[in-house]
Design a protein around this ligand. Structure first.
Ligand SMILES: CC(C)(COP(=O)(O)OP(=O)(O)OC[C@H]1O[C@@H](n2cnc3c(N)ncnc32)[C@H](O)[C@@H]1OP(=O)(O)O)[C@@H](O)C(=O)NCCC(=O)NCCS
Length: 153
């Protein structure tokens, strides 16, 4: 059934052919197993068109203690032939709704500084750089983006 983490990671791998950070698929699988993690998928018919993982936020770039008000997004990906049709935007909206329901007040995500499509998508959805950069496991620069979530009353 679509929704299984391995099916979702297959979509992530297809979206990232040639650019995937080494070991990242295994990290996504491990993070998804965390009880505080939520796998969000876009399903079209019987196909997973896209995925994103919403993780419980932690200090020290994920290695430290839980941060109650923080949700962290990773693994955002859309099948190449489904890109440019709003699937990525819908995944970010769904992630924000889930984060707000879990009483998160902000969300973060790392995006490669060369990934203009992703940077535009996050910016359009209210994320901005916090001024922190790191290298991923490919040695590519990544920028930490954050969005404050408006309280729903
Ligand atoms: C980055 C990524 C997730 C974006 O997903 P997506 O589904 O293409 O995103 P959207 O369709 O919501 O937006 C992409 C573009 O399509 C446009 N678009 C959205 N709906 C549209 C529609 N119905 N008709 C025409 N264009 C549309 C958006 O305006 C946007 O335009 P832009 O590129 O000028 O900013 C996708 O390209 C991807 O998987 N890339 C490879 C993996 C990756 O880089 N992941 C991000 C890691 S941080």
């Amino acid at each position: 059934m679509p929704g299984d983490i391995d099916d979702a990671i297959a979509v992530w791998a297809e979206a990232n052919v040639g650019s995937e950070p080494p070991g990242h698929a295994a990290r996504l699988r491990a993070w998804a197993a965390d009880p505080g993690a939520l796998l969000i998928v876009a399903i079209e018919g019987t196909t997973i068109a896209g995925m994103v993982l919403l993780l419980a936020g932690r200090a020290d770039d994920g290695a430290g203690p839980l941060i109650a008000d923080l949700g962290h997004l990773t693994g955002l990906a859309v099948l190449p032939d489904r890109q440019g049709q709003g699937v990525g935007g819908r995944l970010l909206v769904a992630a924000e709704t889930a984060a707000a329901s879990a009483s998160r007040r902000r969300m973060t995500a790392w995006v490669r500084t060369t990934n203009q499509a992703s940077l535009r998508l996050f910016a359009r959805n209210g994320f901005g750089p916090v001024g922190r950069e790191l290298q991923d496991s490919s040695g590519m620069r990544m920028s930490l983006l954050q969005k404050w979530i408006c309280a729903i009353s």
